[in-house]
Design a protein around this ligand. Structure first.
Ligand code: ADP
Ligand code: AMP
Length: 224
């Protein structure tokens, strides 16, 4: 079976984490979410966390030289040998170049880059209502995807919180950073023939169906 080396791209709040939870289960892939790795490092007070915290709180990006090594190391882990789903990395062209160089030095290549597209207005609606379980990482929305019991996770009853960077002022900054620094990846991967675009304004189940069908087709192509 060919490797499935996938990247999720899209503005903050596009639904990457929501879809990742389903796709990793469908295709049994390790989920490597830079934001989750960094938030855990901040919570544990590690050297990485100390370096990252200020940038994250302001809605900016952590410098490339801080994040690239961490993610490339993570991709060397045994569970990622047959494939992976990256969410939140790469977020800049230098990160994408570093990833490409690293994979090719290992004789590996990307299968596809999945772009989930939504408008800025929708991003603001989604991030303002996003709630996450600090324990399980499961994502909810107060209006679009509420938990069964208000304020607690369906999975284990843990408390739901609002991320510090989901406050209105920070959301605007994150969107500006996305347009300036991450959106150039759309052309970058389009030129490499790797980009697959999905309309993220559709309901979660519909976005999922489309992405799953696309990955299944890519896997068949890869094994021919
Ligand atoms: P990202 O990982 O791209 O930042 P999330 O998956 O955390 O985005 O989703 C952001 C918010 O939008 C969450 O509150 C989530 O419940 C909600 N959401 C995700 N996908 C959809 C969708 N297709 N329609 C409506 N709301 C959604
Ligand atoms: P996310 O959970 O993907 O929304 O990421 C939360 C925050 O973590 C971002 O706003 C950035 O500050 C930081 N971050 C996550 N991934 C990266 C990355 N690849 N490069 C730089 N900063 C990142």
């Amino acid at each position: 079976m060919a490797e499935l080396n996938l990247i999720l791209v899209g503005p903050p709040g596009a639904g990457k984490g929501t879809q990742a939870e389903r796709i990793t289960e469908d295709f049994n892939l390790p989920y490597i979410a830079t934001g989750n790795i960094l938030r855990a490092a901040v919570a544990e007070g590690t050297e990485l966390g100390l370096k990252a915290k200020g940038f994250m709180d302001a809605g900016g990006l952590v410098p490339d030289d801080v994040i690239i090594g961490v993610i490339l190391d993570r991709l060397q882990a045994e569970d990622a040998a047959e494939g992976f789903l990256l969410d939140g990395f790469p977020r800049t062209v230098p990160q994408a170049e570093a990833l490409g160089a690293d994979l090719s030095s290992l004789g590996r290549q990307l299968t596809a880059v999945l772009l989930i597209d939504v408008s800025d207005d929708e991003v603001i609606r989604r991030l303002s209502g996003r709630r996450v379980s600090a324990k399980t990482g499961r994502v909810y929305h107060v209006e679009f995807d509420p938990p069964k019991n208000e304020g607690v996770c369906d999975v284990d009853g843990s408390r739901l919180i609002q991320r510090d960077d989901d406050k209105p002022e920070t959301i605007k900054n994150r969107l500006a950073v996305y347009h300036e620094q991450t959106e150039p990846l759309v052309d970058f991967y389009s030129n490499l023939g790797l980009l697959r675009r999905f309309d993220g304004s559709r309901p979660p189940a519909e976005v999922h169906d489309r992405i799953r069908a696309q990955i299944a087709a890519l896997r068949v192509e890869g094994s021919l």
